[in-house]
Design a protein around this ligand. Structure first.
Ligand code: BGC
Length: 759
């Protein structure tokens, strides 16, 4: 229970927030069901109500059969519908029909810089969810990519709140317009996996609002998200699943969220605090919101009105989403051609070309010998580590894609080159003796030497090497952050050796997060990132390499020169350096929680605190403001053509608070290949009254241009998008000043500038 002083503080805060923010609260479609719901609630017993507030099975929470209220059926998310599992464990059911489409993961989707595609992606996810009888997709996952090593960077979208918001809104709308609820996760500040189940994030309110909450706010206010998943961690001292400020005050009262919250799996910590602070469903257990809740109501610690409200919030979604009878689910195979097409389209637009010294697109006129080197050329990325994976119907690997698209126009040879990192739960729990470790290391070394030798031999016989390097899903995984961003499995050493015998190297990185490119960049004539790119990833990559499609993805995050340059590292805010025992381990071994409570208590006593003292200077905001050189900047990506920017203007020079700035300019494709450019508008404040990052993304658009074509591009920036969170007033505020609108092809390549004044 909370102390009286805390409750008083909260009351003052509530008054403030409700008064400052109520005026702008969005009206959810879900409110239309309330009178029907009152009637339903009046017929329910207390037991029936409480029964709706916790897990029934691993991915199911209860309805009330007697009243025709169906159970709520959840599916992971976020990049494909997870396979069917046994009701009360993580063990698969081994069905045939649950093979789904593997959609490109979050950072790949973000690299498209295309909200319309995010909408299509959501549509595809919803169609597959419906075939499987699911009501709510546990996704999208939209936390800001704060550290390059973050285990879930590949699931998340971007380091920038504006880009993340636009894509999250597209995804959520796509899902919900097609009859499925989205559960946006992980609210909030789940920006690291190490100690995610214990870490307490200490952050100032301005950075929290402007950077970390912004995509969640947009998902609620602009897309009317029906579900929110409170994260595992604490924020400013309170667990997210019982954080009155985050759940009741900001999410519900301020933003007008009308749906329900679902704890992250095993992320509930209390009964009275959780239910009164705004948690609706404890998943997948009933340790806190089961009998303990019933007892608390009976003992007068929780009023029945609170229970009614939590039930009402669930019922709103239940009435908005049509349940699918179990007999109708899983009749057809989940992955359907329509969805595979969407996965392909996203993949083709996500690939980022970082460097090209005239070797791409590939010239296939002379039947070349191409050595494809690297285990990632044949590596499946739909599964691999801890957490949500997709049992994909199929996955076209880079090697398969090259074979499909090149056919006999070149001779394609393959060498594995390195032993990929693998993951298994058995290995995670098995403690090895020092002798066993030494023996394993020796074997590894011998194997690596052999693989290197084979690869170098192959490279020496080839006209060209396509080096398929990067991470995989065992390297980037839920529950643990990477220790560094170096290419794994000795890939740097391997490329050095390959380059000695063949300098014609094209490097493809299949990673979901940043890598250190100091070795690989100078040794590669061309360098691309092709992500964890879904079922059609290999086909999309081959189409880009051979020039069927001009690359058009743009970096959704900064690639630093070295990890230590990035803000949380530079300021020694990360890593916090304590032991890493994950909440997930509890759920894997048992669901009753008893054995693990002791273990958990020990961990909670750890002084385990993440300070966000870099405040708003996350990602490019840090590098740009502090003038720290980067390897490749946020927003960067080359194409097979050249674009020319000219004639920038705005509709006015001075703007009032309610105005929308319209900025336009001309964009010309000066080359011989049709291509998309992603134009970006950054705002730089010239004479502000408060501190700002040097530049902030405030508009962008993907523009398709044929060779020689010119288009006038118009972009809109509402002045209210330029507001800041005023800590003193505890509200959003304007900072009237002179600003420069900067049009560019990345945060570091500004092509045009236009000064404006906001009043
Ligand atoms: C993850 C969630 C996921 C849930 C259910 C948790 O470990 O953090 O993102 O939805 O498991 O699989």
């Amino acid at each position: 229970m909370k102390k009286t002083s805390e409750i008083l503080l909260l009351a003052v805060f509530t008054f403030y927030v409700t008064n400052c923010a109520m005026a702008q609260q969005h009206k959810s479609k879900l409110l239309q069901f309330d009178s029907q719901i009152d009637n339903l609630i009046s017929q329910m017993t207390l037991e029936e109500k409480v029964n709706m507030l916790h897990g029934k099975h691993m991915f199911v929470s209860s309805g009330v059969e007697r009243l025709g209220i169906a159970d709520m059926i959840y599916a992971d998310g976020p990049f494909g519908i997870r396979e069917e599992m046994q009701p009360d464990s993580w063990m698969p059911l081994n069905l045939e029909n649950d093979k789904a489409t593997f959609f490109p993961t979050g950072s790949a989707l973000a690299a498209t810089w295309c909200p319309e595609l995010a909408y299509k992606y959501g549509t595809g996810m919803a169609h597959e969810a419906r075939l499987r009888g699911k009501d709510m997709i546990l996704g999208p996952a939209i936390n800001i990519q704060r550290i390059p090593t973050g285990g879930r960077t590949y699931e998340y979208l971007s380091e920038d709140p504006y880009l993340s918001s636009k894509l999250a809104v597209g995804y959520v709308k796509g899902v919900q317009d097609n009859g499925v609820a989205a559960c946006v996760k992980h609210y909030a500040l789940n920006n690291q996996e190490n100690n995610r189940g214990t870490v307490n994030v200490i952050i100032g309110e301005r950075a929290m609002r402007e950077i970390y909450l912004a995509p969640f706010r947009a998902s609620v206010e602009e897309a009317d998200a029906y579900g929110i998943m409170p994260a595992y961690n604490k924020v400013n001292g309170e667990w997210c699943s019982e954080n009155n400020i985050l759940l009741n005050q900001i999410l519900r009262k301020e933003w007008g969220f009308a749906g329900f919250t679902v704890s992250d799996w095993g992320g509930t910590h209390s009964t009275v605090d959780a239910i009164t602070s705004g948690l609706n469903v404890e998943m997948p257990t009933k340790k806190f919101l089961g009998q303990a809740l019933l007892d608390s109501v009976k003992a007068g610690k929780v009023s029945e009105e609170v229970i009614n409200q939590r039930v009402r919030e669930i019922l709103r979604v239940r009435l908005a989403i049509k349940p699918i009878p179990a007999a109708e689910a899983n009749k057809e195979i989940t992955s359907q051609p329509q969805q595979q097409k969407i996965a392909y389209e996203v993949a083709t637009k996500s690939i980022v070309l970082l460097k090209n010294e005239g070797v791409l697109p590939l010239n296939l006129s002379k039947k070349k010998v191409i050595a494809v080197i690297g285990a990632n050329a044949e590596q499946i990325m739909a599964t691999g580590g801890v957490g949500a994976g997709v049992k994909a119907l199929y996955e076209v690997t880079p090697m398969q894609g090259l074979k499909n698209k090149i056919g006999d126009r070149a001779q394609l040879l393959y060498a594995k080159g390195y032993e990929p990192v693998t993951f298994s739960f058995a290995d995670m729990y098995k403690k090895k003796t020092p002798e066993e470790i030494e023996k394993a290391n020796k074997e590894k070394q011998v194997k690596a030497q052999k693989l290197t030798q084979e690869a170098v031999e192959l490279a020496s016989k080839a006209d060209l090497v396509i080096f398929v390097a990067g991470n995989n899903r065992a390297v980037e995984t839920e529950a643990i952050d990477r220790k560094d961003i170096f290419l794994p499995s000795g890939q740097d050493e391997l490329i050095r050796k390959i380059a000695e015998v063949n300098p014609n190297i094209i490097t493809v990185l299949t990673s979901g997060a940043p890598n250190d490119l100091n070795v690989v960049k100078p040794l590669s004539k061309a360098l691309l990132i092709s992500w964890f790119n879904g079922s059609e990833g290999g086909n999309a990559l081959a189409d880009v390499l051979i020039g069927n499609i001009s690359p058009s993805g743009r970096l959704p995050f900064t690639l630093p020169v070295k990890l230590e340059d990035s803000p949380a590292y530079a300021l020694k805010n990360y890593p916090q350096g304590v032991k890493n025992t994950d909440v997930f381990t509890d759920l894997v071994s048992t669901t009753d929680g008893k054995d693990n409570q002791k273990k958990k208590d020990e961990i909670s006593n750890d002084p385990n605190t993440a300070y966000y003292s870099e405040e708003s200077l996350v990602g490019y905001r840090w590098f740009d403001t502090k003038n720290i050189p980067v390897m490749y900047p946020f927003g960067f990506g080359l194409t097979y053509t050249i674009f020319e920017y000219s004639k920038v203007k705005t509709d006015k020079d001075k703007y009032g608070k309610d105005d929308v700035i319209t900025l336009s300019f001309e964009l010309k494709n000066k080359g011989k290949i049709a291509a998309d450019e992603v134009v970006q508008v950054y705002v730089h404040r010239i004479n502000p009254s408060v501190e700002w990052p040097a530049k902030e993304l405030k508009a962008f658009s993907r523009v398709s241009l044929n060779p020689g074509e010119t288009k006038t591009v118009a972009l809109k920036v509402p002045v209210k998008e330029l507001m800041y969170w005023n800590d003193k007033k505890q509200s959003w505020d304007y900072d009237p000043c002179k600003s420069e609108l900067m049009v560019g092809s990345s945060v570091d390549e500004i092509k045009l500038k236009k000064e404006i004044v906001t009043e």
